[in-house]
Design a protein around this ligand. Structure first.
Ligand code: AHR
Length: 325
């Protein structure tokens, strides 16, 4: 991969600099992995917007500790500019590897080029970026969000009779899971012209956002049959709004969400959500394994897709007690 070529170039420049020949590389930090073999990872997290994110952060912190990785963790509070600042700071700190979960898909090329020039490999985790230059990162570990949207759409197609009026609570505008979950859902419901998305808006993947948008939908949009929420937290916010409007979630209005975190699964088991598509946040172990390989110059697959399932209320009741998150 191009990233490995960049690292080799950085190593040559480093030797040149040590030999007094100049070269001006900013990657003269010594061998990757540090003298004692400890890997330093700079990790820029999206934020703490959802139960999924909390579980994902915990998984990454625990896996780093178990693998002996020195983790420099930064919370971007759902702002791209904070992630760009964090990545620049990791470059200055000369970490061995940078991993991040991009809050939005576009606008990363410049900072990732800076990482490449410094000879620091980058791993995308959870969310992808939209760039023509796939050599800016070594691998992407995470879910197939389009497939998650398709699973939600398939359940709706198979379990309803028309006409069906759907309101959609989208994730953060410009984020890969918001774009892809919408795309996959729309692709499948296209086979049923009697299913219509009558209103759609971002609730920013938060419970408060889901509640606020649903309150507005309930006032502005008559005859809502179904809520399709891009994550559990927004679905849980919608449940609060539906109850406050004197209606019964899961019965008067069908609710489909994505994630399958504990609170979502509890609502599913209680019949307030009707179907959940799983999105697995436990990426820590795989991330540390990929990081070790990348730092050691081993080959890694360009894409590692997370395995996931779906849950009905009965299935949620069966697994709830042993759920890790
Ligand atoms: O990128 C994963 C998504 O981000 C999760 O589905 C959502 O809960 C989170 O905010």
């Amino acid at each position: 991969m191009f990233g490995k070529i960049a690292r080799s170039t950085a190593a040559v420049l480093l030797l040149a600099a040590l030999a007094g020949c100049g070269g001006g590389s900013d990657s003269d930090a010594g061998p990757p992995g540090g003298a004692d073999g400890t890997i330093t990872m700079g990790f820029s997290q999206v934020g703490a917007e959802s139960g999924w994110r909390t579980a994902n952060t915990k998984s990454i912190r625990e896996a780093a500790e178990a693998a002996g990785v020195d983790l420099r963790f930064s919370d971007a509070q759902q702002k791209q500019e904070n992630q760009i600042k964090a990545i620049r700071s990791f470059i200055q700190q000369r970490v061995d590897v940078i991993a991040f979960s991009p809050v939005v898909e576009t606008g990363w090329d410049a900072v990732l080029l800076e990482a490449r020039r410094a000879g620091i490999p980058v791993i995308l985790t959870d969310r992808a970026i939209d760039s023509d230059d796939t050599s800016l990162y070594e691998t992407f570990l995470g879910s197939d969000f389009v497939e998650e949207g398709r699973k939600a759409g398939r359940w709706l197609v198979d379990n309803t009779e028309g006409p069906v009026r759907v309101v959609e609570l989208q994730g953060t505008t410009g984020a890969a899971p918001a774009i892809d979950r919408k795309e996959g859902f729309e692709e499948v419901i296209a086979e049923r012209p009697d299913i219509e998305i009558v209103a759609t808006q971002s609730g920013d993947f938060t419970r408060a956002g889901g509640k606020e948008v649903m309150e507005a939908f309930l006032k502005s949009t008559p005859g809502i049959d179904v809520v399709y929420a891009h994550n559990d937290d927004m679905g849980l916010g919608a449940i609060e709004a539906i109850k406050a409007a004197g209606r019964e979630p899961g019965t008067d209005i069908t609710i489909i969400t994505v994630d399958a975190v504990r609170d979502g699964m509890q609502a599913l088991a209680d019949g307030e959500i009707n179907f959940i598509v799983e999105c697995n946040p436990l990426l820590g172990e795989q991330l540390m394994d990929l990081a070790r390989k990348v730092v050691n110059g081993e080959e890694v697959p360009a894409r590692v897709v997370t395995e996931e399932t779906t849950f009905t209320p009965e299935e949620a009741r069966a697994v709830l007690s042993e759920r890790e998150y």
